[in-house]
Design a protein around this ligand. Structure first.
Ligand code: G3H
Ligand code: 13P
Ligand code: ZN
Length: 332
């Protein structure tokens, strides 16, 4: 058993309380490589932001759980080395799909876990979430649950269509499950193709796709019923058009990729939404920089030559999200 406290990590409890009261959101960036980890820590330290480093089941299998634990500990030590006296870093399991997986993460240094029972029947979702909460709280680990189904593919949790969260269920669900935060479905989805062209309109000037707005009415109804309760948004990448254009200009093929407009995420951050999940934008930033590098310097083959600009590009994106979208800067 390795407690996250031995690694210098924190759980989400105080972080979320402050974020809800302060009208900002904590960035939850997915990671599974050294360069993503370095970029996340550099961005968080330079902006004085708390940060959630999250790992899906697939990412944990890819990177190895033991290595990830040391990477998280390394992230804390690295933040201190960069001059941050009191780093606020969470290691979070993203989309845990069983009690056993959540337990294994808690036993191995995670300070926060998500049990994603969104595809299960309502009572079954409550039952397993509660089981995770009981084990997690005994170790002072916080738990995120999910109610409502996002469209698109989640790690091991797939859905063709989205079902918005029903506001009339949130009080019963959060009370009976005992979860610390709740991920809701209000129109976001995972990946770089969040909406089909048919669901969008086209900007007549640029020809670019304009996605439909998020269901803010549902978010506000949930806030009314659960005042001050931490709400989480998954699938919140914006799919920056310049990165998509760079990828496509250098041999990539991402036609009609479209994300959540940043103004909408900015608005959500001011509400009870206190955790915003971003993975695809990091993938796009990394891929764009690497494709451009290979195109311009075909003779390079030392990974440091192309991973360095990739790391820089991700860092720029993380800083942009923290300062210009979520507002979690200057909170340490
Ligand atoms: O929500 C899903 C995350 O983007 C993680 O994706 O399962 O491919 O690691 P992954
Ligand atoms: P994106 O695919 O929009 O980055 O969402 C990531 C996410 O929700 C991770 O849980
Ligand atoms: Zn997600």
């Amino acid at each position: 058993m390795t407690s996250y406290k031995e690694l210098g990590l924190v759980n989400t409890r105080e972080m979320f309380k402050k974020a809800v009261a302060g009208g900002y959101a904590i960035p939850a960036f997915n990671f599974n490589t050294l360069e993503q980890m370095q970029a996340i820590v550099q961005a968080a330290v330079e902006t004085k932001s708390p940060v959630i480093m999250q790992v899906s089941k697939g990412a944990r299998n890819y990177a190895n759980g033991t290595i990830l634990r040391y990477m998280a500990q390394g992230a804390v030590e690295y933040a201190k080395e960069l001059g941050c006296e009191n780093p606020q870093i969470v290691l979070h399991l993203d989309h845990g799909d069983s009690f056993e997986l959540c337990k294994d993460c808690i036993d191995n240094g995670f300070s926060s876990v998500m049990f994603d029972g969104s595809s299960l029947p309502y009572e079954e979702n409550i039952r397993i979430t509660k089981q995770v909460v009981e084990y997690a709280h005994a170790h002072d680990v916080t738990v995120e649950a999910e109610l409502g189904v996002l469209a698109g593919v989640e790690d091991e949790v797939a859905s063709e269509v989205s079902h918005y969260t029903k506001p009339e269920e949130v009080v019963d669900f959060s009370t009976r499950s005992g979860c610390d935060s709740l991920a809701i479905s209000i129109g976001t989805s995972h990946g770089a193709y969040k909406f089909t062209p048919e669901q969008c309109t086209r900007d007549p000037k640029t020809g670019k796709l304009v996605p439909p707005p998020l269901a803010f009415d549902i978010l506000h109804e949930i806030e009314k019923r659960l005042p001050g309760f931490p709400i989480v948004l998954h699938g919140s990448s914006s799919v920056p058009q310049d990165e998509v254009d760079t990828i496509n200009a250098h041999g990539g093929k991402l036609p009609d990729a479209v994300g959540i407009p940043e103004e909408q995420l900015r608005e959500a951050s001011k509400s009870a939404v206190c955790k915003i999940n971003i993975d695809s934008d990091s993938r796009l930033a990394m891929t764009a920089a690497i494709r451009k590098h290979f195109d311009e310097k075909p003779g390079d083959f030392d990974p440091r030559q192309y991973l360095k600009p990739a790391r820089e590009n991700m860092k720029k994106m993380y800083i942009h999200k923290i300062v210009e979208v979520l507002g979690s800067n200057d909170k340490l």
